[in-house]
Design a protein around this ligand. Structure first.
Ligand code: SF4
Ligand code: SF4
Ligand code: SF4
Length: 311
């Protein structure tokens, strides 16, 4: 019997849904085993009836529920509760659903300030009152799905990877346990570490090519030791697919932390300040440390409004 799947998206960019399509042939192997009962990206089943005629949300009963995106409106909160009530296993897909993701950068500000910036101070917007009709109100802060309901499986990454998605779905279909890696990106990184401190090194910006295409990763020095900000030490591994080579490192770029913190209660800012200091880089060179180190995981209390500057 096919496994029923329901999917919904909250505050997203849509990249995680594209990841499902990126499965390619594997998707064709998995699809006959699934019955999709609700999935806005490819299935014409609407939340409030086909013409919006219903007042209450309708998510059909399913075995597996998938939510991508962060919770940033009261409606998003309700979708999480509805989905949780209708499914046996709930998957949070992508950094936004797992940790708040990029939308949770909004947590650096209060809601009135966000409205002010978007509707009154936006350089491309004529100042106006924030819309109040027929739009769900914003939540006080942007949340990961697990801050609203219990989540059974997390698939981190911005976007998550096709391999991880396939592994999770296959494990569920076969009744096998699914577990994320508990190693860091550094643990799977093939670059060469010389472990020499470089006191006073200035951080470089990776605007130009760091290495020529084709350069053996094992002959390239660790990017952080070269002075590039790489969040590998504070980020969970798992983005490298079957090869187990971190996705950005493979492209000669530093890790930006999209697989989220190593532990649920970890704060990448604290971990990275330590890692940078260890090799002699002063973390105070990074002016927006809160946002830089928590770019993908500002939910779960990691990002809060900044105190107003002293006058
Ligand atoms: S995790 Fe990244 S790719 Fe996925 S929805 Fe959020 S912003 Fe988009
Ligand atoms: S800091 Fe970055 S480049 Fe260096 S080992 Fe860790 S992941 Fe690799
Ligand atoms: S290397 Fe870091 S930023 Fe890049 S995909 Fe992996 S976890 Fe994400």
């Amino acid at each position: 019997m096919a496994v029923k799947v329901a999917q919904e998206w909250l505050a997203i960019c849509g990249g995680c849904e594209v990841t499902i399509l990126d499965l390619g042939k594997t998707l064709l192997d998995i699809l006959p085993k699934l019955e999709i009962v609700h999935m806005p990206v490819l299935h014409d089943h609407k939340l409030f009836g086909q013409t919006g005629e219903k007042n209450n949300m309708e998510i059909p009963q399913a075995d597996v529920g998938i939510i991508s995106g962060a919770v940033h409106t009261k409606e998003n909160e309700e979708v999480c509760k509805q989905m949780r009530a209708k499914v046996k296993t709930l998957i949070a897909m992508g950094a936004c659903a797992c940790y708040g993701g990029v939308p949770a950068l909004r947590n650096l500000y209060g809601v009135p300030e966000v409205y002010e910036m978007v509707y009154r101070k936006g350089v491309t917007t004529d100042p106006a009152e924030p819309p109040s009709k027929e739009l769900p109100p914003l939540t006080d802060k942007v949340m990961a799905v697990s801050e609203v309901v219990k989540v059974d499986v997390m698939l981190p990454g911005c976007p998550t990877t096709p391999e991880l998605f396939a592994e999770a779905v296959t494990s569920l279909l076969e009744g096998k346990p699914f577990k994320l890696s508990d190693k860091s990106v550094c643990d799977e990184c093939p670059t060469k570490r010389e472990k020499k401190a470089a006191a006073g090194m200035a951080l470089k910006r990776p605007l130009a090519k760091i290495a020529e295409k084709g350069t053996e990763l094992s002959s390239m020095r660790c990017l952080m030791e070269q002075g590039y900000l790489c969040l590998g030490p504070a980020t969970r591994s798992g983005c490298g697919g079957h090869e187990k080579v971190p996705r950005c490192i493979k492209a000669y770029m530093p890790c930006r932390g999209c697989f989220g913190p190593l532990r649920h209660d970890a704060n990448p800012m604290v971990d990275m300040m330590g890692a940078l200091s260890t090799i002699g880089i002063d973390p105070k060179q990074i002016l927006d440390r809160q946002a830089t180190f928590n770019r993908f995981c500002g939910g779960q209390g990691r990002l809060r409004p900044m105190p107003a500057p002293k006058k």
